[in-house]
Design a protein. Structure first.
Ligand SMILES: Nc1ncnc2c1ncn2[C@@H]1O[C@H](COP(=O)(O)OP(=O)(O)O)[C@@H](O)[C@H]1O
Ligand SMILES: [Mg+2]
Lengths: 295, 351
């Protein structure tokens, strides 16, 4: 792997457990984020992906386990503190204010001002220009940064939010299902931006339930199932097919195949389906724990 | 290690999905454009049908009538852009003037003391409205409906209790009245025209609000908390402070309007103000504010108030039955709302 592995990772989570009251949303989850790498977190709905990133983003704390940033143990009081340590999160639904112009969105909460006292005002020209050039550097060419950001497509809005995090000095970029609501082409645009952020040396945590989005950009894949790690693979340890199969919910697949077999006794059509399932499960040979964490 | 798919992104990808907007489309997308066009149409209309409407003295009267709605409407517009309502603004105007006049009168103090205490009270009511809305998450429509009713009850009951009548005492011969009148309700004779200071205040407040909205950080935050509160919070906008500040701004301008009325008429009826809160909201909506927040302008609200002033006075100058006024107001509100709806559809079409 790359030589960044010898340094302390940007983010390291060890044996994290997180409960909501009696619900155990995460348990035994470990994750590392290195500069210039994309760590994909995959899992079905309710697997605990959002919970995991909320822990990293400083919205929640681990109930057990260790959270380190650049080798230093931390306990963030708010997302703001995580942001100050360079951990920026782009939430799919919370990315932007759609009626506001692109440049106002870009600088929202971190406005650049000039003048002092009561004459302190927005440096509009600087913010417009910066927005234009930053978006251009990320490969998006807006002629008019004054248009309401709601007139951009979902993918473009995600990209603005990503460019924004990069501009404001994020070291770690967390993206919660940025491609989930997007069509193929727009998802492609977002994936390209993830690669851009990686090339700029950021550590990216990319949450998705789509292995076809994860595989092309990911360096590591953490698969969650019902709050537990179902596997943690470096890119060269896993094929796209296996990743897809694992994502389809390995254990459930096995369970389903047993149930189908039972039902197949009375229904020949179901029998064929059950056979196919059995075949697929056999091919899978699920690894419940990763073999050896790469040194 | 090698990747199957490398980031082979071209340096720049002009996306065909990005709407290109013509200058005309951009002008049409300004929140106040519709109301400005409406104001011109209404002005031309009354100019044509009502000869007395044409004089400069009529314009002065119209501007004054507009300013009494326009001053609080500026704050109400800011609040609506910030995503909230204030139904208590109309009676808060009356509360402020009652407090100022009765406190000074009962304690035989300089009226400025009453004026200052009324300001504290008005800001306090605004802060309370804001705090309750932010703390409980109850819609501001309900919270301020409650404060509206309570203030109205207090206005009537306390005035009756203290003065035994439904009006505050005349304070025109009290200490400080003259200087306060100069500030809040001066009237100048300019070449035979009576020009009221409240018109200048109205323009000043509109200008300050416009500058704040478009040129300052707070203005950015106002649009953001109204447009998408949780997004704003996520990027570090102090949502609670912004919203409470907006409610207090409404309190401030309600107080200012109350002082204008008090020092214009020397005495105040305790039942006044009910229903005016809707006129403020209507002025803001005609001026392009969205009921859902995040969009609007102070110039628009001022234009809305001017339309209101022109219509009330224009109907009188035209010699019509004033009963028609409410019909016109309703029709204009409907027109403005439809225009706003169209604007929003266009803006959010790509969502
Ligand atoms: N605030 C919460 N309170 C209680 N349970 C929650 C809360 N947030 C998430 N959960 C539960 O935790 C589990 C994991 O949720 P989440 O992390 O949102 O999953 P994902 O993002 O992978 O779909 C789910 O069973 C969900 O119901
Ligand atoms: Mg989720």
């Amino acid at each position: 792997m790359s030589d960044t592995m010898t340094e302390a990772p940007l983010v390291r989570l060890t044996d994290c457990e997180k409960r909501y009251g009696t619900i155990i949303a995460l348990t035994g989850v470990s994750l590392e984020v290195h500069a210039g790498e994309v760590t994909c977190v995959l899992g079905d709905n309710g697997a605990g992906k959002s919970t995991l990133i909320k822990v990293i983003a400083g919205m929640h704390h681990c109930d057990a386990g260790v959270y380190e940033v650049e080798g230093e143990r931390v306990r963030f009081a708010s997302p703001r503190e995580a942001l100050e340590r360079g951990i920026a999160t782009v939430y799919q639904d919370l990315a932007v204010v759609s009626l506001m112009p692109v440049w106002r969105n870009f600088f929202l909460g971190s406005e650049v001002r000039k003048g002092v006292g009561p004459l302190s005002r927005l440096d509009i020209r600087f913010m417009r220009e910066t927005t234009r050039t930053e978006l251009h550097n990320m490969g998006i060419d807006l002629r008019d940064v004054d248009q309401p950001i709601g007139t951009l497509s979902g993918g473009e809005r995600q990209c603005v939010a990503i460019a924004r995090a990069v501009y404001f000095g994020a070291k770690v970029l967390i993206l919660d299902e940025p491609t989930a609501a997007l069509g193929v082409k727009q998802a492609g645009v977002v994936l390209r931006y993830i690669m851009r952020a990686k090339e700029r040396g950021l550590g990216v945590v990319f949450i998705t339930h789509n292995p076809h989005h994860a595989y092309p950009v990911g360096d590591r894949f953490l698969i969650l199932n019902r709050g537990r790690p179902l596997g943690d693979f470096a890119r060269d340890e896993i094929t796209r097919e296996r990743l897809t199969a694992l994502m389809a919910g390995g254990e459930e697949l096995e369970q389903l195949s047993h149930e189908l077999e039972g039902a197949a006794a009375t229904d020949t059509a179901l029998g064929r389906v059950a056979e196919e399932f059995e075949h697929e499960v056999a091919e899978l040979s699920i690894r419940k724990t990763p073999p050896e964490p790469p040194a | 290690m090698s990747h199957a798919v490398q980031a082979a992104a071209p340096p720049s990808v002009p996306d065909e999905r990005i709407a290109r907007r013509s200058p005309l489309a951009r002008l049409l997308a300004r929140p106040e454009t519709g109301s400005l066009a409406g104001a011109v149409v209404i002005y031309v209309f009354f100019y044509a049908v009502a000869p007395p409407f044409r004089g400069l003295d009529a314009l002065a009267t119209i501007l004054y009538a507009s300013s009494t709605i326009g001053i609080p409407a500026v704050a109400v517009a800011l609040l609506m852009i910030g995503g909230e309502f204030d139904l208590s603004a109309g009676v808060a105007v009356t509360s402020a003037s009652l407090v100022a006049s009765m406190l000074s009168f009962q304690l035989t103090m300089n009226v400025w003391v009453g004026v200052a205490l009324a300001l504290l009270l008005a800001l306090g009511v605004g802060a309370l409205n804001g705090y309750l809305v932010m703390k409980t998450g109850i819609p501001s429509f309900l919270v301020t409906l409650a404060t509206f009713l309570m203030l109205q009850g207090l206005n009537l009951a306390i005035t009756k209790l203290i003065t035994g009548t439904v009006a505050s005492p005349d304070i025109s011969d009290m200490d400080g009245f003259g200087s306060a009148q100069k500030i809040f309700a001066a009237e100048w004779d300019v070449g035979g025209l009576s020009l009221r200071i409240s018109v200048l205040w109205w323009l000043l407040f509109t200008a300050i609000a416009t500058w704040t909205l478009l040129r300052t950080r707070v203005g950015n935050w106002i649009f953001a908390v109204g447009g998408a509160q949780s997004s704003a919070r996520a990027v570090g906008v102090p949502v609670r402070r912004v919203k409470i500040g907006l409610f207090m701004t409404v309190g401030f301008l309600a107080w200012f309007t109350g002082m204008n009325l008090l020092f214009s008429f020397n005495s105040i009826q305790s039942g006044e103000g009910v229903g005016n809160e809707f006129l403020y909201i209507i002025a803001a909506v005609i001026g392009g504010c969205l009921l859902t927040g995040g969009y609007g302008s102070a110039v628009g609200a001022a234009t809305g108030a001017f339309i209101f002033g022109m219509t009330t006075q224009g109907i009188v100058y035209a010699g019509w039955n004033p009963d028609w006024f409410k019909f016109f107001l309703g029709a204009m509100l409907l027109g403005a709302t439809l225009l706003n709806l169209w604007v929003r559809r266009r803006t959010e079409a790509a969502r």
